[in-house]
Design a protein around this ligand. Structure first.
Ligand code: UDP
Length: 365
């Protein structure tokens, strides 16, 4: 065997593991079927603006060890995500907080907001069974109808009554005038971009791009004792048990001859009739002052094999199917599955890194 580890996929999971293995004197080869590193964190610089090619990524975490870890590879700026929702031309602050409530009901105090929400959620008397019930029980019917229902149904391609409640619990609900989208202690965008950050992790490590492991399986499997596989777990097994479902995304990016198009990095379009969920104006992630700007419309879509997989559909059916793949994976001792695709999880970046560091502890101790 030529290498101790073959890491399939140069995204954050693979890069963190590769870095730590290399640091401990292991020989590591990283391959990726794309022609670039950094996975979905990859950014492309145009007119000196970092474009988030696979969707906007804002680093946020409460995990001190993960924050300290990433700060070895990049300095983070002071960006705080405060998206705005556009519902039929009405603009509301997100996440759901006193600014949102005040605009929605022309009220001023937390008590007034709580009274309205308590009244509106009175229909939900037991533990919420789906996303619709969960949303109404958190913020009432007005906010559900204007800011949640349309957005969620187009993002996931199914009714809120058919979606798991946990998805909406990602968002904070606050009775303070605080537009920070995250509750986490640490937040920011790596200065110089995510690609640079991953590049630093991979320094000194052999990386081969444009190599599809599954098309050259025998050749690459023969190269290393252990494989860290960060691609889709079902694809690894040739979909033998069935296909795990994902939501796909389609991005349309435009260069505009103006300095500031929407005044904020993220505007969510929450009505059901507009086919995209959000418009990203990339320069605002880094406080750009360039004379031009780039905006990206994000369209959710059904996903098919062969397309980029974005959001795992973590419903019962898919999680059961995933469990059968986990059982299969347990029968092969030289392959470890990790990351959003390998673990079929709606993972935030910090949790991906935490999971890679946990594997490092186990595997490389
Ligand atoms: N969501 C919503 N309205 C919004 C933004 C989010 O209803 O304006 C809901 C929607 O169901 C979405 C979930 O909150 O799937 C999680 O949103 P988040 O911004 O965390 O998703 P991500 O950034 O991962 O796409």
């Amino acid at each position: 065997m030529k290498y101790d580890y073959l890491v399939v996929g140069a995204g954050p999971f693979g890069a963190v593991f590769a870095h730590e293995a290399h640091k401990r004197g292991k020989s590591v080869l990283v391959i990726d079927r794309r022609n670039h590193i950094a996975g979905n964190l990859y950014c492309e610089s145009k007119d000196d603006i970092n474009i988030h090619v696979y969707g906007a990524h804002i680093f946020n975490t409460s995990l001190k060890h993960v924050w300290d870890y990433v700060n070895q590879f990049a300095e983070f700026n002071h960006y705080v995500n405060s998206p705005v929702a556009n519902y039929k031309g009405e603009m509301y602050n997100l996440p759901f907080n006193m600014n949102t409530f005040s605009k929605m009901w022309n009220i001023r105090t937390p008590k007034e907001a709580q009274d309205i929400i308590t009244k509106q959620r009175s229909a939900i008397t037991s533990e919420p069974k789906n996303l619709e019930e969960q949303a109404i029980s958190l913020v009432g019917t007005d906010i559900y109808e204007k800011l949640i229902k349309g957005y969620t149904e187009k993002q996931w391609g199914r009714k809120c009554t058919e979606l798991p409640a946990f998805i909406i619990k990602r968002l904070p609900v606050r009775y303070t005038y605080d537009n920070n989208y995250f509750n986490d202690r640490f937040q920011g965008i790596p200065m110089g971009g995510y690609t640079k950050m991953i590049e630093r992790m991979l320094e000194g490590i052999e990386v081969r791009l444009g190599v599809d492991f599954l098309k050259h399986r025998d050749e690459y499997e023969a190269l290393a004792d252990t494989i860290i596989y960060t691609g889709p777990i079902d694809e690894y097994f040739d979909y033998s048990e069935g296909v795990l479902e994902y939501r796909g995304l389609h991005f349309e990016t435009e260069r505009l001859e103006e300095e500031n198009h929407q005044g904020v990095a993220v505007v969510n379009y929450t009505e059901g009739d507009i086919p995209y969920t959000r418009i990203i104006e990339h320069k605002h992630f880094e406080f750009g002052t360039q004379p031009v700007t780039y905006v990206t419309k994000e369209y959710p879509k059904d996903w098919k094999i062969g397309e980029e997989a974005y959001y795992p559909v973590n419903d019962v059916k898919n999680l059961d199917l995933y469990a059968t793949y986990v059982k299969k994976a347990e029968t092969i001792s030289n392959v470890i599955f990790g990351g959003r695709l390998g673990e079929y999880k709606y993972y935030d970046m910090d949790k991906v890194i935490a999971s890679a560091l946990a594997l490092v502890e186990k595997e490389l101790a």
